[in-house]
Design a binder for this molecule. Structure first.
Ligand SMILES: Nc1nc2c(c(=O)[nH]1)N[C@@H](CN(C=O)c1ccc(C(=O)N[C@@H](CCC(=O)O)C(=O)O)cc1)CN2
Length: 283
């Protein structure tokens, strides 16, 4: 068996064409969607993601700005910046790029963002709405994963979905979204016993481990759907996922690559959430 590749880059391009039309329509109604991204410090990966968000916003006609703060900024100063953005009626979406420096409490920052502008979908209010199946901003990477599955008409209902990883921004919410779609969900993590036995029962396997190429065909049931959320930069500068792509492709029916898999969908779903915020659809 050779798995079909789910190309997140191509799907993103298709979705952005529709979003561009939607933004043009909103502009005719005098609504100019605006996203503000807050970048603290000089982490090269964060800078590159933030630039990617600005570029993608421009592609679809969303206005965007990057507010840059030094890594010496205090938590109080960062909270003041967010307060100003919360009260600015021209700003529809606010996002604080993660990770933040250690001296800043990430929960305090996320909780200070107006939930109606929380286009990352990280605010506990929005997480609560997601968990209770209410319409709200969905966290971008998990939402991108569900969108990728649906783009291939992959059945989620009744399937066994196994999530390896339990981070607040990927593992936990993607499991919840799969549950909302009526999958039977198992979470695995660093303390899980018999990982291989569990993953071998997965119809849908979501891998968000954060270590390069650790999941190979021995962990995969024949015909499974494998979603690789890992982005690992190797010493030679190349990028690789958490899944050994060549090996896993021999067992799986569908697989996502790294790069050009889940990563581009993260940014595309952010644009979707920003348009939703501009339309005032999240109360
Ligand atoms: N506030 C947030 N911070 C972070 C998030 C997030 O959703 N909100 N997610 C990640 C980083 N991230 C977006 O911020 C992100 C990661 C990767 C990609 C991407 O397109 N990757 C490309 C490869 C890019 C490269 O060459 O380096 C790919 O996979 O094809 C986009 C966004 C942590 N922080």
């Amino acid at each position: 068996m050779v798995a079909e590749v789910i190309n997140g880059k191509e799907l993103s391009m298709q979705l952005k064409l529709d979003m561009k039309k939607e933004v043009e329509y909103l502009k005719q109604q005098n609504i100019l969607p605006h996203l503000t991204v807050v970048l603290v410090g000089n982490n090269p990966a964060s800078r590159s993601y933030v630039n990617g968000k600005k570029r993608a916003s421009e592609e679809v006609g969303i206005s965007s700005e990057i507010v840059e703060l030094p890594d010496t900024v205090t938590e109080k100063e960062l909270l003041q910046t967010i307060e100003q953005l919360n009260s600015d009626n021209g700003v529809h979406g606010i996002l604080v790029q993660l990770p933040l420096p250690d001296h800043i409490n990430v929960e305090h920052i996320i909780e200070s963002i107006d939930p109606k502008k929380d286009v990352d979908g990280f605010h506990p209010y929005n997480i609560g709405k997601m968990m209770t199946g209410q319409d709200t901003f969905l966290p971008c990477t998990p939402y991108g994963i569900i969108t990728m599955l649906k783009s291939k008409n992959i059945t989620i209902e009744g399937k066994h979905a196994v999530v390896i990883g339990r981070s607040n921004i990927v593992g936990k919410p993607v499991g919840q979204l799969l549950l909302n779609e009526n999958a039977t969900v198992t979470y695995c993590h660093s303390k899980t016993n018999n990982l291989k036995e569990i993953t071998n029962t997965a119809d849908i396997l979501i891998v968000a481990v954060g270590r390069p190429n650790v999941i190979d065909k021995a962990y995969i049931k024949e015909g499974a759907v494998v979603i690789d959320v890992g982005i690992n930069r190797l010493e030679d500068g190349s990028l690789t996922g958490d899944v050994d792509f060549e090996s896993a492709s021999e067992q799986a029916n569908y697989i996502t690559p790294v790069p050009r898999g889940v990563g581009p969908m993260t940014i595309t779903m952010l644009l979707h959430n920003t348009i939703k915020a501009a339309k005032g659809l999240v109360k």
